[in-house]
Design a protein. Structure first.
Length: 408
């Protein structure tokens, strides 16, 4: 896997002015910066650490279009188009592999829900289907198929390398004139009257009239500096890696037990990546890997894929999910605050897979154009309305639990 060489001036001085300041150097922020710069906008991308050091620092990111509501399906499907063309635009090898996503469904009601979702996905151009036991065995011989009532599968889904995507978008943005600066912390957003006038950082002031908030799990704090309340909370998620196995595991889809959220797929060299969401995880900025998580993981492995129950876990990794109350993204332009404040955050585990299409959407919102994918249902205003009627619940936009509510 190759990517563009990092320019030396990413830790250079800040420019005095930029038309738009993008805050956050993960997959979303880098995609937004690229699409704006490609559209002729003068962009400054600011990252408090290194690029892809937050949620986008995960070793492998899933890409898919299997969701239970149309907007998420469209974002995922359009992003797959753009990921498949990434080697040409912006121009980088992102290690894209497409063995498919396989959802294992424990109960008959899960099958009924996915049957509805698959029909809707097919209507929107996603080639997904329901599978029986024999088809699941052929796709993934490790699965105990008798434990499941059915399965859903889309062959185009898969995974890629987030750091390569972030670097590819950042380097592409720079080719169009954007400035990228790392190790710069935004400390305030300055406004006069109804206009933003500048962004303040720990390295000085940058004059600007527009800000795009893409700070992942840290977005709530950054948004507050612009007078905006964005309900984004951090939750730790962990994954484990086996050493190279003998025999080398066969090529399997990105496989997910819908009941437990346990998932696994191939990882280089010759091993497996294993993960599960711990329902007891508290809200916290905690990114330390904790091996006490392993019994939960092993129990889920044994139930789903007994042949893998004793595989060693050689190392692990922990990172943050940026969660909203309904597990759906926040995308839009703020109302009721001075100046132009746009946001793309709170993706609840789906930011990487939706980053290309979200970059396009934010570009179009900034330019006053209608985005290719309708993102109007993702504005933060939905929580203001919900608060007036009572607390929100973690459901999909269709009001039912769907593929996106598996926190993977």
């Amino acid at each position: 896997m190759t990517s563009a060489r990092q320019p030396a001036d990413r830790r250079g001085p800040l420019p005095a002015r930029a038309e738009v300041v993008v805050v956050g150097g993960g997959a979303i922020g880098a995609s937004v910066a690229f699409h704006l710069a490609e559209d002729g906008v003068d962009v400054l991308l600011l990252e408090a650490d290194e690029l892809a050091s937050g949620s986008s620092g995960k070793p492998i990111g899933g890409v898919r279009a299997q969701f239970s509501d149309p907007a998420n399906v469209d974002l995922g499907n359009r992003s797959l188009d753009l990921y498949e063309d990434f080697v040409n635009r912006p121009g980088a090898d992102i290690g894209l592999q497409q063995p498919g996503y396989l959802f294992l469904l424990p109960a008959a009601e899960d099958v009924a829900l996915f049957e509805e979702s698959v029909a809707m996905q097919n209507e929107r151009g996603v080639v997904s289907s329901m599978l029986g036991h024999d088809a699941v065995r052929r796709l993934n011989p490790y699965v105990d198929v008798d434990r499941y009532a059915g399965a859903a599968y889309a062959a185009r889904d898969g995974f890629a390398h987030p750091k390569a995507v972030v670097e590819g978008y950042a380097a592409g943005a720079e080719l169009y004139g954007a400035r990228v600066r790392t190790h710069v912390t935004v400390t305030d957003v300055e406004a006069r009257g109804n206009e933003i006038t500048a962004v303040w950082t720990d390295q000085g002031r940058v004059r600007t009239t527009a800000v795009v908030l893409c700070a992942g799990a840290w977005t709530r704090d950054v948004a507050a500096k612009a007078g905006l309340d964005l309900p984004v909370d951090p939750f730790r998620r962990q994954i484990g890696f086996t050493p190279p196995l003998d025999p080398v595991p066969s090529r399997v889809p990105f496989t997910i037990d819908y009941g437990t959220t346990f998932y696994f797929h191939n990882a280089e060299p010759g091993g497996l990546l294993l993960g599960i969401a711990d329902p007891e995880t508290p809200i916290a900025f905690e990114r330390t890997y904790d091996p006490d998580w392993l019994p939960l993981l092993r129990g889920a492995i044994g139930a789903c894929a007994p042949a893998l129950a004793d595989v060693p876990v050689a190392r692990g990794w922990a990172g943050l999910y940026e969660m909203t109350p309904d597990h759906n993204a926040l995308i839009g332009e703020a109302a009721g605050v001075p100046g132009r404040v746009l946001y793309a955050a709170g993706f609840s585990g789906h930011g990487f897979l939706q980053a290309p299409a979200v970059g396009e959407a934010v570009r179009d919102l900034y330019a006053g154009r209608t985005p290719r994918v309708d993102v109007s249902g993702f504005t933060a205003d939905r929580f203001v309305v919900a608060d007036s009627a009572g607390p929100t619940q973690p459901t999909t936009s269709s009001g039912r639990r769907g593929p996106e509510s598996n926190i993977i």
